[in-house]
Every structure is written in structure tokens, then in C-alpha cells.
Design a protein around this ligand. Structure first.
Ligand SMILES: *Cc1c(COP(=O)(O)O)cnc(C)c1O
Length: 403
């Protein structure tokens, strides 16, 4: 290397905006579910870049798609369409309820598009009074000012001046709290079909079906934020497929690109028509490189082999974590669905999830947290069973070092 400065963690504090507090370790390469840092120490990756690396690191199908497209054409404006975007959109439409797709670059952007579309639809079809958006406490929808305000943690949206208006928050898994807020003035209800950042909280069957019914009763659009739950994470291609509830708009990102930035908003022709020419857009949305990689992700994940494997691997995690807990009694609950799993720390360890994460790093396994008291696992959907076993053994060592 030719740099006359050293590329190490300390440089972060010198040259980066201080909105993150990254750990001391700098990973430099990955293969499958293993990652190596600057000192060549190996880690088993149970974090998956926060549910992004759906097929692990440097999956050959994704590397192949990126290289192939990288030698054809990288970027076109939206003045032209391109082959990878058309192929990906067609495959998303063929495998979901949706009839139309809009591409962007992130989860927040896909939710921003969904919310703007809902407001347009309501204004066109029902008039200016129908503008209320209802979302849920502890929900997370991204960090643009609109999406972070719709998200259910005021702490994330406070401190930036006046917020976008007519946004209310009900309680997750509490239908009465939604009933108290919803009316014919409600334009849309935005919900995660399993709260990720908010603590790995699954909806009850009665609740999620009740949300759909209330939306129907009041002519409100139901928007499923599947940025974290989508692309196989919970064991089906999209989480809605297992809930007996179909949304009007669905947003997807994270796993959709397997590590290449992409977002998508999916909806019906009838609703999509309200985003007329010129009403919304994105320079990079539908970028050929992103769409080519995403097509390879979808082709790989949307197979019975991979989808069935997710359920089998999830059982290895749950059984393994329960076995650890039987020895050390650190978790009050193991919850979640598919390969989005939360281990809730007992009363004694409240607020210490980050301590467990750091101890796990020391032992050579990367995990996530969801809030201060939950350890979250969001590994590759194709993580080898022996990597699950090895990673859990390292995680157990981390627990031994703390209890
Ligand atoms: C991560 C996440 C987002 C935000 O995605 P970005 O790509 O960071 O903008 C939105 N919604 C949910 C449910 C998420 O988990």
C-alpha cells in the first residue's frame, strides 16, 4: 500500500462524522459465513451485515453477476431502462402479489416512496382530508426525515426541527390502540410484519389480520415494511406469504441486494398509477449493477432448497441457544422467526447486550443487538451447519467469560 498514513480504527475519529461508534476491529475480507480482520483473525458471521448479506460473503453467483454486468454497462439514467432492472422487476412481480415495481437504493428510500405514493393515492382518490399515516411504537422504517418520523422512536426523529405532519403511532400487537386512531381520514398504515430493530417482536395472528381488516374498513392502504423480513429471512420469500395477509404496498431492501445497495417498492397497478411521470424518482434507482446482483440473489434464494434450509438452520440456532441457556440461564426467551432470532437477556443482564456482543467478537463470532437487552442473530440464509455449530461454541465461550 502506498498510503503514508495507517488505515486503522483511530482514523475513524479523525475523518468520519461521529454518528457511529464502530468496534476496534476492521474486517477486510469474507467468504461464506467467515470474515477476517486486519490481523487475519477469523470470525463466524452471525450478523450478516444486519440481515443484508443474505447469501454470506462473496457468494459465487453474486460475484459472477457483478463481474459480468461490470464489463457490460454500469449505469444509465432513467431516460433509458435496462435489461437487469426489467428482468428483476419481472421476477419480483411473478413471485409476489405485486404487479408493479419501483427501484431505489435503500430501505429508507423504498419506504419514502411507499409513503409518498400512499399520500398521492389518497389525495387523488379521496381528497386532501385523507392524509393520516399510522405506524407503530418501536417500529423502524429508516432515517430520512419522513421515514424516521413514521418510525416509532421519537428519540430518532427529535432534534431536527419541524417534522412531517399527520403521523400517529399505535401499539404493536394491540388492535384496540389502532382502532382508537384509525378513521376514514387514515391514508395508510405502515407496519413491519415482525419488528426487527424494535426487539424481534412477532405479530399475533389476530393482530395482523385485524390490521388488514381495519385498513379495509377505512379505505386505508396497508404498507408492509419487509426491508428486514423479506427475501427469505423468515423462511418464505416475503413474510406476508406466511401470515394470510396481503399488503397493498411492500418495501424490500437489505437482503434484496445481498450486500449491493438496492431497494424496491412493490404494489398493484391500480395504486402504482398515481406515481405519474415526474412525480418521484432516483438517479441510481434501477442501476444495472445493483439489479444484476439482486437478480442473482433472488434466483438463488427463491428456491425450495434454500427456503426449506432456512427453517432447518433456524432450528439449529434455537436448539443450540436453548442448550446454552440450560447451562448458564442468561436468556428469558428465544424468539423470532426463520433466521431472524432474538435472545432476550434475563433481568440480571438487562442493558448488557453490547457487552455480550463485544465478548462474542473477542471469541471470534459476530452477533447483533436489538435494543439494549436483546442479542440478535441474522446470519446468511445458506450458512453451513458446521459454521452454526462452531459459532455457537464460540458464543458459549463468550457467555462463560461473562457469567
Ligand atoms: C434497516 C431497515 C430500514 C432502513 O433501511 P436502510 O437501507 O438503512 O435505509 C427500514 N425498515 C426496516 C424494517 C429496517 O430493518
Amino acid at each position: 500500500m502506498s498510503e503514508h498514513f495507517s488505515v486503522e480504527r483511530g482514523l475513524f475519529d479523525d475523518v468520519m462524522v461521529p454518528n457511529y461508534a464502530p468496534s476496534a476491529v476492521i474486517p477486510v475480507r469474507g467468504q461464506g459465513s467467515r470474515v477476517w480482520d486486519q490481523q487475519d483473525k477469523e470470525y463466524i458471521d452471525f450478523a450478516g451485515g444486519i440481515a443484508v448479506s443474505a447469501l454470506g460473503h462473496c457468494h459465487p453467483a453474486l460475484v459472477g453477476a457483478l463481474k459480468e454486468q461490470g464489463e457490460k454497462i454500469w449505469h444509465l439514467s432513467n431516460v433509458q431502462t435496462n435489461e437487469p432492472a426489467l428482468r428483476l422487476a419481472k421476477k419480483l412481480v411473478d413471485s409476489t402479489f405485486a404487479e408493479k415495481v419501483y427501484f431505489c437504493n435503500s430501505g429508507a428510500e423504498s419506504n419514502e416512496a411507499a409513503l409518498k405514493l400512499a399520500r398521492r393515492w389518497a389525495l387523488d382518490v379521496h381528497g386532501a382530508d385523507k392524509s393520516q399515516i399510522i405506524a407503530f411504537k418501536q417500529g423502524f422504517h429508516g432515517r430520512t426525515f419522513f421515514t424516521v418520523t413514521v418510525g416509532g422512536q421519537a428519540a430518532y426523529s427529535d432534534g431536527f426541527g419541524p417534522k412531517p405532519g399527520d403521523i400517529d403511532h399505535a401499539e404493536y400487537n394491540n388492535l384496540d390502540s389502532l382502532k382508537a386512531l384509525i378513521s376514514d381520514k387514515t391514508c395508510a398504515v405502515m407496519i413491519e410484519p415482525l419488528q426487527g430493530e424494535g426487539g424481534i417482536v412477532s405479530p399475533t395472528d389476530e393482530f395482523i389480520k385485524g390490521v388488514r381488516a381495519l385498513c379495509d374498513q377505512h379505505n386505508a392502504l396497508l404498507i408492509f415494511d419487509e426491508v428486514q423480513t423479506g427475501v427469505g429471512r423468515l423462511g418464505e420469500l416475503y413474510a406476508y406469504m406466511d401470515l394470510g395477509v396481503t399488503p397493498d404496498i411492500l418495501t424490500s431492501a437489505k437482503g434484496l441486494g445481498g450486500g449491493f445497495p438496492i431497494g424496491a417498492m412493490l404494489t398493484t397497478t391500480e395504486i402504482a398509477k398515481h406515481l405519474k411521470i415526474g412525480t418521484h424518482g432516483s438517479t441510481y434507482g434501477g442501476n444495472p449493477l445493483a439489479c444484476a446482483v439482486s437478480e442473482a440473489v433472488l434466483d438463488t434464494v427463491n428456491t425450495t432448497e434454500v427456503l426449506a434450509g432456512i427453517k432447518a438452520k433456524a432450528k439449529l440456532y434455537v436448539d443450540g441457544l436453548n442448550a446454552i441457556n440450560a447451562k448458564y440461564n442468561v436468556f428469558s426467551e428465544i424468539r423470532g422467526k426463520g433466521l431472524l432470532i432474538g435472545a432476550v437477556l434475563t433481568e440480571k443482564y438487562q442493558g448488557q447486550a453490547k457487552t455480550f456482543l463485544n465478548a462474542a467478537m473477542d471469541e471470534g463470532v459476530m452477533v447483533l443487538v436489538a435494543g439494549a437487552s436483546i442479542i440478535r442473530f441474522a446470519p446468511s440464509l445458506v450458512i453451513p451447519d458446521e459454521d452454526i455449530a462452531l459459532g455457537l461454541a464460540r458464543f458459549e465461550k463468550a457467555i462463560v467469560s461473562l457469567v
